[in-house]
Design a protein. Structure first.
Length: 178
């Protein structure tokens, strides 16, 4: 598969030449890569959500032995709201934590909480070194890992964590940096 061939889908983790825009994008700037964590890395919270739903269903068979009707209703509503909130927050964390590689710079957008956003960017000319690390059985099997972009001087370094095809990302960044 050609690492520079155009591909884009809203839920993909590795998008080449996407039709995407971001708030600090200049008029001449074009997004080359849009990166998110590999979907395989999201399995723990998906499994936890399924386990919580299953636990609620099983608990509904035994709860009537100790609680009254209104108490059971309150417990079920509270549990369902908690499970949906847990899944929604994890999905938003995955969807909005993105890395962007443009024809002018590299941008890392991190949402650590629902209302806290951190944007780190550096011009391609300031990139000193780009390193990819893929560790473990699953990282090798599903071809995901971390990419670290080291910049010149005192600038903040950029990290793309658990992204698909880290070797291709390094190659594209090196190609753009000249």
């Amino acid at each position: 598969m050609n690492p520079t061939a155009s591909s884009h889908h809203a839920l993909h983790a590795y998008n080449v030449n996407p039709n995407a825009r971001f708030e600090t994008q200049s008029p001449t700037e074009r997004v080359i890569l849009l990166l998110r964590a590999h979907p395989f890395t999201q399995i723990p919270w998906v499994v936890n959500t399924g386990f919580l739903v299953l636990l609620l269903i099983v608990a509904d068979f035994f709860i009537p032995l100790v609680l009254t009707g209104p108490q059971i209703l309150f417990l079920n509503v509270f549990s369902i709201v908690f499970i949906i909130s847990y899944a929604w927050i994890n999905f938003l964390h995955w969807f909005f934590n993105v890395g962007l590689v443009t024809n002018e710079r590299i941008v890392d957008i991190d949402f650590s909480q629902i209302i806290y956003k951190e944007v780190t960017a550096t011009k391609l000319e300031k990139v000193e070194d780009v390193t990819s690390k893929s560790a473990g059985y699953f990282g090798s099997l599903f071809n995901y890992g971390d990419v670290f972009v080291q910049t010149a001087g005192t600038e903040v370094n950029i990290e793309f964590i658990e992204i698909p095809r880290p070797g291709d990302v390094v190659g594209i960044i090196n190609e753009l940096g000249g």
